[in-house]
Design a protein around this ligand. Structure first.
Ligand code: DX5
Ligand code: ZN
Length: 219
């Protein structure tokens, strides 16, 4: 049986001063660029402001998967959809109106996605699955690249996969994904893989994306 796998490299650990060149290294072999937006409130780290992020989205040769780690995400999410992000991920912990925000993201032409921090259980969010195109289960505490993969999140990945059932909803994992952990996440049900340091710290980032893809596709 064929298994559809998506690799979405995170540029969090790329060279921010030469982002176009960094993105060009992997664009041809990647499904999306994963763009981590941090506000130093929701997480203790800061990345791009909206203006810079909008430029990245505009210039990116492949679709952008925006992962919003910001407090009060509801309006910000709509701004990112309007700026042309192909997928917009909001954290359940940062929204006051999940239903409305997911609906608005889709209305603005983007895929809508819901993320859960490690301590947040999926069970209370099953009712929103008909409004999403992807669920993101964090496999590290959001904020930084290069952290250790939390294998203890796999029961949650499995539970999410069960809740999704046969709906065409992608299941993404983010944090610590590498050649030595991608199998574990795939086995639990993930099909969409963020990889930051594994890709950008590799000697050949494009080759690493392809290795991750073939590793994940083996069943
Ligand atoms: C962490 C970010 C991740 C991060 C992943 O908060 O959401 O996307 O860039 O980096 P690695 O793959 O190095 O764990
Ligand atoms: Zn991320």
């Amino acid at each position: 049986m064929s298994f559809e796998v998506r690799i979405t490299p995170s540029i969090l650990n790329a060279d921010f001063d030469h982002l176009d060149a960094e993105i060009a290294k992997i664009a041809q072999v990647s499904d999306f660029i994963h763009l981590d937006i941090m506000d130093n409130i929701f997480v203790p780290n800061l990345t791009f402001d909206f203006q810079r992020a909008a430029e990245i989205i505009k210039n990116c040769p492949i679709p952008v998967d925006a992962h919003l780690m910001v407090a009060d995400v509801d309006q910000v999410a709509i701004d990112y959809a309007e700026a042309g992000a192909a997928s917009v991920t909001i954290h359940v912990e940062a929204t006051t109106d999940i239903h409305k925000t997911l609906t608005e993201i889709r209305r603005h032409g983007a895929r809508a996605s819901l993320a859960l921090k490690p301590a947040t259980a999926i069970e209370s969010y099953g009712e929103y699955l008909d409004l999403v195109d992807m669920v993101l289960i964090m496999t590290v505490e959001p904020g930084f690249g290069g952290q250790k993969f939390m294998e203890d999140m796999m029961p949650k990945v499995r539970a999410t996969k069960n809740l999704i059932g046969d709906r065409p909803i992608w299941l993404q994992v983010d944090g610590g994904i590498s050649l030595s952990t991608i199998d574990i996440a795939r086995e639990a049900g993930a099909d969409t893989f963020v990889a930051g340091s594994a890709v950008f710290k590799a000697d050949d980032p494009a080759a690493m994306v392809q290795e991750l893809r073939s590793q994940a596709a083996i069943r």
